[in-house]
Design a protein around this ligand. Structure first.
Ligand code: SF4
Length: 543
């Protein structure tokens, strides 16, 4: 969405004027933090993790935290500044980034030079800010950012923010501040711990996160600032659970965030009730939204408060007529589910416990509830996949399409199925972390077969992932420090297609490790401690 204002200063004023805070923040603290999201304002303000950490820092005594974003208009002599006070980033003792998507590394690398902060951490001295990175990227694989980042915050903001604030309050010289940060649990400081955390306790950095038993007691993370200038437009986001009980073998979120932490329904509804005067739109956030055992009481409570409720996607086995009725009653006609694979055999292999019969039964319920648009998240290139499995995706979509159409005809409203097919991307932490990305040519062939088959299928709109994007995404997820020249080149604006071509050998050695070629099929998807230890993220531990 286009943001207001022509210059960055005009934009700041207009954005601030349109914001509504859900908690009072005074910005009177003596110790200042600049907290950035290395993407545009509308993307950053839609990110609940970023919004929540902003609140956590500002709740700390004597701490004042301001925001900044990646703004193309900052590419002028003034450089990036904070939204609240237009202070240059170099004037803050601590510049923290929340990075939840590796694609944003490139903007991170652009922001520091524009702010006249030395990019390499070794070149920073007394008077330069400490650069800290938190968010999902830090806890998944911080290795590629180690040349540029002073400290990584690995884990839940609630467990880490107070310790970071304590270090800031002490106003220590740079080396002492780094040592103090390194002494905190869950903070990884490459200059102190070493490039592979060799100097950390037992050579590992332990991610700090809530235990399952703490979940019900927890204040649910929720939006700190409502703004019309995001795609969510004034929607209150509330996190109801983190992690997922399904444990699909490819899913980093389920494994990296295990055990699942669920917020008590009463706590969710308390927040919703308190903030109802500010908005009538709410979005529930969770790794898998309907995986919460009290999802129905939560939805009923929100409906009683007359909220318009949005769910990002619904876990298939949790779909029920009452849940669908609540969503349909408020006019929802679209839903997204994730069968992941075209048949039961492959679903079993990835630990997705959804039979074809269950899938048909749930799609029938969805159609009967009046939903006409159904998005299906699917993957190609999964470990052990055959050509027949790919053709089964076509058969599955056709089968589900018939169910939707039959129901639609009764209601006089035919809908659309949207198979959204991504390549399987091996990521750090789940059992499939050492699997290979599918051979690019084979991947291309599979996606073309699907595009051709769905082109001829009425009421179906196919969305496929470009192969170069898959290669790049797979590389970003698992790369180590060898990526430094590639990321620096990306930050100069070199397109992904060229990067993949020019660095093919390096990239392929990471996304298609030779060890996997001809791997024993019986061992596929089985966690390999030796491979984990050797991986760039091998020092990250859960305990
Ligand atoms: S159901 Fe979704 S969130 Fe849960 S483990 Fe599977 S892929 Fe991950």
């Amino acid at each position: 969405m286009p943001l207001p204002g022509r210059t960055s200063a005009e934009r700041r004023r207009a954005l601030l004027a349109a914001e509504t805070f859900t908690e009072d923040i005074t910005f009177a603290g003596r110790h200042r933090i600049a907290l950035g999201f290395p993407s545009s304002y509308d993307v950053g303000m839609s990110n609940l993790g970023f919004q929540w950490v902003y609140r956590l820092f500002n709740r700390e005594d004597d701490i004042s935290c301001e925001r900044f974003f990646w703004d193309e208009a900052d590419d002028d002599r003034r450089g990036p500044r904070t939204l609240e006070s237009e202070t240059p980033l170099g004037d803050f003792p601590l510049v923290a980034f929340s990075i939840s998507w590796e694609m944003d590394y490139v903007n991170f690398l652009k922001i520091l030079p524009l702010a006249r902060i030395p990019l390499r951490r070794e070149d920073r001295g007394e008077g330069d800010p400490l650069i800290l990175v938190g968010g999902d990227s830090a806890r998944i694989n911080p290795a590629p950012l180690t040349p540029w980042v002073d400290a990584f915050a690995m884990g839940d903001g609630e467990k880490l923010a107070a310790g970071i604030a304590d270090v800031l309050r002490q106003e220590l010289p740079r080396d002492e501040a780094l040592a103090a940060l390194a002494a905190l649990k869950g903070i990884y400081v490459p200059a102190v711990h070493g490039p592979r955390a060799e100097g950390a306790d037992e050579g590992k950095v332990v991610v700090q996160q809530f235990k399952a038993a703490e979940g019900p007691l927890r204040e649910p993370p929720h939006t700190t600032i409502l703004t019309p200038h995001t795609e969510l437009s004034g929607k209150l986001l509330v996190e109801i659970a983190r992690g997922c009980s399904e444990m699909c073998r490819f899913c980093w979120a389920a494994y990296a965030m295990a055990p699942q932490v669920r917020t008590a329904a009463d706590n969710v509804l308390d927040v919703a009730r308190r903030l109802r005067p500010l908005t009538n739109r709410i979005g529930l956030i969770a790794t898998a939204v309907a995986d919460h055992p009290d999802i129905l009481p939560i939805l009923n409570g929100l409906a009683e408060l007359e909220y318009h409720i949005a769910l990002s996607s619904v876990k298939i086995d949790a779909i029920s007529a009452p849940i669908l009725a609540i969503l349909a009653k408020q006019g929802e006609r679209s839903l997204a589910i994730a069968p992941e694979a075209g048949n039961e055999r492959l679903r079993r292999a990835i630990n997705k416990k959804v039979s074809d019969a269950l899938l048909r039964e749930k799609v029938q319920l969805i159609a009967q509830a009046g939903f006409t648009n159904l998005k299906l998240y699917l993957q190609v290139g999964l470990p052990g996949e055959t050509d027949e499995d790919v053709r089964d995706i076509v058969r599955l979509v056709d089968d589900l399409r018939q169910i939707m159409l039959a129901e639609g005809r009764k209601r006089g409203r035919l809908g659309t199925l949207v198979p959204s097919v991504n390549a399987f991307i091996p990521t750090p932490h789940p059992p499939f972390e050492n699997e290979s990305l599918e051979d690019p040519e084979a991947l291309d062939g599979k996606l073309k077969l699907l595009a051709e088959s769905f082109r001829r299928m009425p009421n179906v709109t196919f969305r496929g992932m470009p192969v170069n994007e898959a290669i790049w995404e797979a590389y970003l997820a698992k790369m180590g420090t060898e990526s430094e020249p590639i990321l620096l080149q990306a930050a100069t604006g070199v397109p992904v297609r060229r990067l993949v071509r020019e660095h093919r050998e390096t990239i392929m050695s990471v996304v298609r490790p030779i060890a996997n070629a001809g791997a024993d099929p019986a061992r596929r998807g089985v966690f390999d401690p030796a491979a984990r230890k050797a991986s760039p993220w091998g020092f990250i531990s859960k305990s």
